[in-house]
Ligand binder design. Structure first.
Ligand code: GLU
Length: 548
C-alpha cells in the first residue's frame, strides 16, 4: 500500500509543518538539572474540586521546590463540556489558595513559549503527527460505526473477553487499499487509530513516582488517536503535549493508571522520551463506618466553592492538604512553627499510595490554630473580605466600623492575654460570634438559673454600682459587693464551706450579669465586653434583662 498517499489523502492539510520543526519550535527547556516541569490539565467544565487542588498543590510544590515550572494547559477537546469563564475560575480558585501558575492559558508570563495552551488551538501539531504515523504504517483509518463497535463489545462481554478494538476485532486494521479508498469515495466518516505493535503477553515493571514499582502489561488496543472531527483523544494529546511542553513529571489521578500502557506505546511510536508519572490516590471519607470516595453529588465539601463560602482560611486548607500529601509535614510544622509551608522539603515519593482520608474535623483544628496566630488587624481583613463577598447587609454595616470590630476581635482571640484563644474556625462562624456586640443582631436567650426576684435584685444592685471607668479589679470587687448584698457568697471558699448559707456564689452572680449583657452564659471576659459595648448599651441591656 502506498502509505504516504494514504496519509496525504486522510490528512490533506496544507499548513502542517514537517514534524522535525516542532522539536525546534519547542526545544527542551533550559531548567536546572532536577527541576520538575509540571502541569495542571483540567477540562474547562467549570467544576473545580478539592481533588484538583490536592493535585495542583502537589504539582506546584514539585515544581517550585526544585526550581521548575508549573503551567496550566486546558484540555478542551470535548466542546460539549465547555463552560464559559471556567479557565478564569480555575486560575482564581487556585490563586485564592496561594497556588500560582508560572505559565500557560490566560497566564501573563514571558515564559509562555510552549503554547498554545488550549488543545483546540493545537490541531495542527496533532494532525502532523497522526499523518506521520499513518505514513509509517503505525496508524490507520477506521470506518466502523458506533453500532458495529457496540456489537463487538457485546460479543466480547458475552465471551468474557477484554473489550475493545484489538487483534481479530480490529476489523479496519487489515482493510486493503481498495477498500479504504472505496469507503472514502462514498464519504464514510472515519477515525484514525493507532496500529498497536504490543502484545499483552509482555509485562514490564514501571516506576511510578507515587505508587512505586508497578507491573504493566503491554498495550494491544488500537486506540483512537484522532476522532472523526479531527480532534485528538486524551491519549494522543497527552503524549504530544507533555512532550512538546516539556513536562518532566505528570501528576494525575489514579483513574489514568489503566491507560498507562497506551501512553507508553504512544510515546514509543512517536519517538518521544517519556516523562515521569505520579498517579495520585483518590480523596476518601469515612461514611457510616466505611470508606468511600468523596463524591460530587453527596459531599458539598468536595467543591472548592464550599471553602470560600464557609470562609475557610485558605492557608489552613493548604496546610491541611499538605498533611495529606506528605505525612511528615505535620511533624515538620510542629518543629518549625515559624516557617512557611513553602519551606517544607516536599517529596512526591512520600505521597500516600492508597486513598487519602479526608477528615474535616482535622481541617477545622488546623484552621482554628492558623487563625489564632493572626493579629486583630489581619483577622479583620480576612473576615472583612469574606463579609464583603458572602456576608449580609447587616454584617457589612457592622464591619464598616473597623476599630470597633478590631476591639472585639482582640478580646475574642485573647490577644494580649496569657494564651491565644482558638475559638474561630472560619469566617462564617466567626461573624456570628460578633452578633451580640451589635444591637441589631443582639438576640438574647435569658436562661437564668434563679428566680425572678433574685435575678432582678442582682441586676438592680449592679446597675447601682456600675462604673464604666472601672478596671478589671475594681469591676470584680463590685460584682463581689453585689453578691454579698443579694445573699450570695462573695468568695468561692466561703460558699464551698457552707453552701446552705447562700443563694449561690459570686460565680452565679457573674453568670446572671453575663446572660443579661451578652445573652448567653458563655462569653469571653465580661468586664472587657462591657467596656467595648460602652456604658449606654450596658445599662440598657441590664435593665431590659430584668424579669418582668
Ligand atoms: N484532562 C484530564 C483530566 O481532567 C487531565 C488528566 C491529566 O492530568 O493528564 O482528567
Amino acid at each position: 500500500m502506498n502509505l504516504q498517499k494514504l496519509a496525504d489523502t486522510l490528512i490533506p492539510d496544507k499548513d502542517l509543518l514537517p514534524i522535525e520543526r516542532y522539536e525546534e519550535l519547542y526545544p527542551p527547556r533550559r531548567t536546572e538539572k532536577g527541576a520538575e516541569v509540571t502541569r495542571l490539565a483540567p477540562s474547562p467544565t467549570g467544576f473545580i474540586h478539592l481533588g484538583n487542588l490536592y493535585s495542583a498543590l502537589a504539582d506546584e510544590r514539585a515544581a517550585h521546590t526544585t526550581g521548575g515550572i508549573f503551567y496550566l494547559r486546558i484540555e478542551d477537546t470535548d466542546e460539549k463540556r465547555k463552560v464559559d469563564g471556567a479557565v478564569e475560575s480555575v486560575i482564581r480558585s487556585l490563586k485564592y489558595f496561594g497556588v500560582n501558575f508560572d505559565e500557560g492559558a490566560e497566564i501573563q508570563s514571558p515564559l509562555n513559549n510552549y503554547g498554545p495552551y488550549y488543545q483546540r488551538q493545537r490541531a495542527g501539531i496533532y494532525r502532523a503527527f497522526a499523518k506521520d504515523l499513518i505514513a509509517r504504517g503505525l496508524a490507520y483509518p477506521c470506518f466502523c460505526t458506533e453500532e458495529e463497535l457496540d456489537k463487538v463489545r457485546e460479543e466480547q462481554t458475552a465471551e468474557k473477553l477484554i473489550t475493545g478494538y484489538y487483534g481479530k476485532y480490529a476489523k479496519c486494521r487489515n482493510l486493503t487499499e481498495e477498500q479504504i479508498y472505496a469507503n472514502l469515495a462514498v464519504g464514510k466518516p472515519f477515525v484514525i487509530r493507532l496500529k498497536s505493535q504490543g502484545d499483552t503477553a509482555n509485562k514490564m515493571t514501571f516506576r511510578d513516582r507515587i505508587k512505586g514499582d508497578i507491573t504493566v502489561t503491554e498495550n494491544d488496543q488500537d486506540v483512537v488517536i484522532l476522532k472523526s472531527d479531527g480532534i485528538p483523544t486524551y491519549h494522543f494529546a497527552h503524549a504530544i503535549d507533555d512532550h512538546f511542553m516539556r513536562t518532566t513529571l505528570v501528576i494525575r489521578g489514579e483513574e489514568w493508571l489503566s491507560s498507562l500502557p497506551i501512553h507508553i506505546e504512544l510515546f514509543k511510536v512517536l519517538g518521544f522520551e517519556m516523562p515521569a508519572y505520579g498517579h495520585t490516590c483518590s480523596l476518601m471519607k469515612v461514611d457510616g463506618g466505611t470508606k468511600r470516595k468523596l463524591s460530587k453529588r453527596k459531599d458539598p465539601e468536595l467543591s472548592l466553592d464550599y471553602y470560600r463560602k464557609e470562609g475557610y482560611y485558605p492557608l489552613a486548607v493548604v496546610k491541611y492538604l499538605m498533611t495529606l500529601l506528605n505525612s511528615n509535614f505535620e511533624e515538620w510544622s510542629r518543629k518549625n512553627p515559624l516557617l512557611s509551608y513553602e519551606q517544607f522539603p516536599f517529596s512526591i515519593s512520600k505521597m500516600g499510595r492508597s486513598g487519602a482520608l479526608f477528615d474535616i474535623e482535622k481541617l477545622n483544628d488546623i484552621s482554628k490554630n492558623e487563625l489564632s496566630l493572626l493579629s486583630a488587624q489581619q483577622m479583620y481583613d480576612f473576615l472583612n473580605g469574606w463579609v464583603q463577598e458572602f456576608g449580609t447587609e447587616t454584617d457589612r454595616a457592622h464591619f464598616a466600623d473597623r476599630a470597633y470590630v478590631e476591639r472585639i476581635l482582640t478580646l475574642i482571640m485573647g490577644i494580649g492575654g496569657k494564651k491565644r484563644r482558638k475559638d474561630i474556625e472560619r469566617a462564617a462562624t466567626a461573624v456570628k460570634m460578633l452578633d451580640y456586640f451589635f444591637d441589631d443582631t443582639f438576640a438574647p436567650e435569658y436562661s437564668y438559673r434563679f428566680d425572678r426576684d433574685t435575678v432582678n435584685s442582682v441586676l438592680e444592685a449592679y446597675c447601682g454600682v456600675y462604673d464604666p471607668e472601672d478596671d478589671n479589679q475594681a469591676w470584680f470587687a463590685k460584682v463581689k459587693s453585689v453578691a454579698a448584698s443579694a445573699g450570695f457568697a462573695a468568695e468561692m471558699s466561703e460558699y464551698k464551706a457552707n453552701p446552705e448559707n447562700f443563694r449561690g456564689s459570686v460565680a452565679d452572680v457573674a453568670e446572671i450579669l453575663r446572660i443579661a449583657v451578652t445573652g448567653s452564659p458563655n462569653s469571653p471576659d465580661l468586664c472587657t465586653i462591657m467596656s467595648i459595648i460602652g456604658k449606654d448599651r450596658t445599662l440598657t441591656r441590664l435593665r431590659v434583662a430584668m424579669i418582668k
